[in-house]
Design a protein around this ligand. Structure first.
Ligand code: NAD
Length: 281
């Protein structure tokens, strides 16, 4: 059981979370389940979501884990049917699956500092870039196509996407991930507008820097000491620390609640210890 930052009653709501086996979204699954929702936890990694669902079920909450690839429309339709049978039609969709890939990452921040043999901008692989765009953008679009149909039927619902700090200003080394997340912020506004007449709201959170599987190697050396990049991040963060995944829950629960956020659609909420607000000077 985790300590919830706000108490909102989600009883009766069916919440579908993709990327639910990961650092951020497993915490969101817990928060929604503890708030009374029936939660469908979807992830490519079946073991992680089954374990999470088993834990929550043992604690008396309602959660089911499903293997789901957010890039496979047919498989998503099958999972959708299973969710409808098990829990009911979807009220809230959290598009959490996403991430970067080393094949779309340069070794150096600046080309003029590139070392011989390192991966430069010119060595980025098209398939790596494609992978990152697909996972983050199509991985949000495809589940929305499948699960938002339930919301259109109900004339109510909420979609929450996950953007990033690099959507505001790109971060060095990760051009594809930065552009894909800028696409997510843009798509959030597009969806909000497109569905405005259907009772569906669409918003995003933009988490600041967390320590997680996907960025661990950028933040810590093999011996566990912080990298130079880690020091730069903290110097650029007015509050001088990383964000904890639990600190995303207040914004998440607030934005997905029709009563608290009834007039809020199309926003991207930074939860970042001030990073996006600080010019560095
Ligand atoms: P994570 O790597 O811990 O979790 C991502 C999860 O997505 C994993 O469980 C993985 O199995 C799953 N996944 C990957 N490909 C999938 C696919 N094709 N279909 C279904 N599931 C798939 O990452 P996280 O840090 O929890 O990130 C969650 C979201 O938050 C991502 O969209 C990420 O880009 C975003 N984000 C993370 C940070 C950060 O600092 N960690 C900051 C800003 C935004």
């Amino acid at each position: 059981m985790i300590q919830l930052p706000i108490n909102i009653d989600y009883s009766g709501k069916v919440v579908v979370v993709t990327g639910a086996g990961g650092v951020i979204c497993s915490t969101m699954v817990r928060a929604f389940a503890q708030s009374g929702a029936k939660v469908a936890a979807l992830d490519l990694n079946e073991e992680s979501v089954k374990k999470l669902a088993d834990e929550l079920t043992a604690e008396g909450y309602i959660c089911k884990g499903y293997k789901a690839n957010v890039l496979d429309p047919e498989a998503l339709e099958e999972v959708h049917q299973a969710v409808v049978n098990d829990l009911g039609k979807c009220d809230i969709l959290v598009n959490g699956a996403g991430g970067n890939n080393p094949r779309a990452t340069t070794d150096n921040e600046y080309h003029h500092e590139a070392k011989e043999g390192g991966k430069s901008f010119f060595d980025l692989q098209a398939d790596g870039v494609d992978f990152v765009f697909k996972l983050n953008f199509q991985g949000t679009l495809l589940p929305t196509q499948v699960f938002a149909k339930d919301m259109v039927e109900k004339n109510a619902g909420c979609i929450l996407n996950i953007s990033s700090m690099n959507a505001y200003t790109p971060l060095t080394k990760i051009p594809a991930y930065s552009a894909a997340k800028a696409g997510i912020s843009n798509f959030t506004q597009w969806l909000a507008t497109h569905f405005a007449g259907t009772g569906i709201r669409c918003n995003a959170i933009a988490p600041g820097f967390l320590v997680s599987n996907q960025n661990y190697k950028l933040l810590f050396n093999d011996d566990g000491t912080p990298t130079a990049r880690s020091a730069k991040i903290l110097n650029g963060t007015p509050m001088g620390r990383y964000v904890d995944a639990s600190e995303l829950l207040g914004g998440t629960l607030f934005l997905c609640d029709d009563r608290s956020a009834s007039a809020i659609t199309g926003v991207v909420l930074p939860i970042d210890c001030g990073f996006a607000a600080y010019s560095g000077v």
